[in-house]
Design a protein around this ligand. Sequence first.
Ligand SMILES: [Zn+2]
Length: 311
Amino acid sequence: MCEGVLQTTVQSIVRFSGIGLHTGVPVNMAICPAPADHGIVFERTDIRLGNARIAALFDRVEQSPLCTKIVNHSGVSVSTIEHIMAALAGCGVHNALVRIDGPEAPILDGSAAPFVRRILSAGVKQLRSPIRVIEVLSTVEVHTAQGWARLGPGAGLTMDFHIDFADRAIGRQSKSLDLANGAFVRELCDSRTFCRASDVKAMRAVGKALGGTMENAVVVDGDKVLSPGGLRHSDEAVRHKMLDALGDLALAGAPLLGHYEGHKAGHTLTNMLLRELFATPDGYRVRECDTMLAARLPGAGVGAHEIPAVA
Ligand SMILES: [Zn+2]
């Protein structure tokens, strides 16, 4: 069997400490090696009673527009998992137990670069089972009042994303990317969460963004970028939306082969899209990954040297 088509996990435990963006709560998180066909599973180590494990799957997502939150049948949850999920998918890690001692993943610098850097320096280990991929066979599309998202057939995972904000510091941005061959690490992983200054007050009023600072989010106001140091890329906002989309698509439970298009989309729309896909008979098939396919997956052949120097 060719080595390039085997499932992976992390070589050793990868640890992080930080605060949650929305809760402001300090948290320790450890990405631990896991066996083949385990998938990505979170475990709340601060919960002693009942089932503290939550599989990172689309049907465990509780609707929350500002972040991705997964909940198990006992009501135990972890929120803001999208950047760590994007980092794992982008580094080609298929199996891990993510142990965390609080309700929200650490935000770190607001991007996925710190996760990527440490996952790649710990190393990725191959397991003895083949990768299975989910191949999209027909197009599904979902709409809300805010925007729409579409997922259709594609040879690898490709994305088109469009955003349009009134604040001129963001404005209209579009980006297309083929996520094969380390493109996530090179082009998306260092792009940070962003928000409008006008939204910060509103979020705080409802108990969100309590851990948000100018260091872990890009804050814009009209045509100004308020965060010190400015932007990492002129189109950092759309790149971050694509990072979020990769993390949310990873909740399919296996790498996806398809073309994703998001127009002013976000966590809610991407989750609706996966629910629609898996509810569509003949909309997809699960297949074993051969060498040709493996080369088109986001995690193929990535190295830490590809993380942009700005992060
Ligand atoms: Zn995000």
